[in-house]
Design a binder for this molecule. Structure first.
Ligand code: MLT
Length: 266
């Protein structure tokens, strides 16, 4: 389905009934990365998985997409879907957007799932690398970015044992547009440090990581879990950066158990 917001068109899946769960994809991906969650969680929850602006089938982005602007698009989407409050679940860049969503719309956030993400801003070196990748996306295309990122998305063992899964993840990354990648890279480079917000998060929070995540190491998740009051931390064994794709049963079990602790919507 595609929905018109005040600033763009957002494509999204909306499946199941129960507590609304908003699934925010990472970079450079789209809503397809949540297929196993749409299948596995929609029996007990309402699972909403949009494409962020500039990705998948959503509308084109401006030159820079601040994390707060992605969050505002999603708040408008929830309004269109008549969802007052949702559990906001983001992986990696999706986690940056989830933290921005909570900061801007705390009353609309029923809980947070922060998967394979970090609260801090980019270092100078990380920022410089982003801007190099902007150039690379335009010069060489999304396929070059996909080839560079794939080894960090899934473990070596999974890429060897499940080539169709690995080529599906590569294809998802390679079909994104240079404009979408550039806007997100510039937005991530400029994003604010949310570390100081963590102690004030008053909604139930689940932090998920993979023990083989080298892109955002488990130590970053441990920092978030230590700072957010009463947060739960789940470390998924045998998972790299895309823990929900690589170990969907473990990821879904962690989220389902967490949702069981959250008040259903009135
Ligand atoms: C992601 O998976 O969303 C990105 O790798 C996050 C990042 O580059 O900081």
């Amino acid at each position: 389905m595609r929905f018109q917001t005040s600033r763009t068109t957002i494509a999204c899946e909306d499946a199941g009934h129960g507590t609304p769960v908003l699934l925010i994809h990472g970079f450079p991906l789209d809503r397809e990365m949540w297929n196993d969650q749409l299948r596995g969680l929609s029996a007990s929850a309402r699972v909403i998985a949009p494409d962020l602006r500039g990705f998948g089938e959503s509308g084109p982005p401006p030159d820079v997409m601040p994390m707060e602007d992605y969050a505002t698009d999603l708040a408008e989407l929830l309004e269109i879907l008549a969802v007052d409050r949702a559990v906001v679940c983001g992986l990696s860049m999706g986690g940056y957007v989830a933290l921005a969503f909570h900061a801007r719309f705390p009353e609309r956030t029923a809980g947070l799932v922060l998967a394979n993400t970090r609260a801090g801003a980019d270092s100078d070196a990380a920022r410089a690398a982003r801007l190099q990748n902007v150039k690379r996306a335009y010069a060489e295309g999304a396929g070059a970015i996909a080839d560079a990122m794939l080894p960090k998305m899934l473990t070596d063992a999974t890429r060897a044992a499940r080539p169709a899964l690995a080529s599906g993840v590569r294809a998802m990354m390679a079909r994104q547009t240079p404009d979408g990648l550039a806007a997100a890279l510039r937005g991530m480079a400029a994003r604010q440090d949310r570390t100081a917000d963590l102690a004030g998060i008053a909604v139930p929070t689940l932090v998920v990581t993979g023990d083989a995540d080298t892109l955002i190491p488990p130590s970053e998740s441990a920092l978030i879990a230590a700072a957010v009051p009463n947060a739960r931390l789940v470390t998924i064994p045998g998972a790299a950066h895309l823990s929900n794709v690589e170990r969907p049963e473990a990821f879904n079990a962690a989220v389902a158990s967490f949702l069981g602790t959250i008040q259903p919507p009135r």
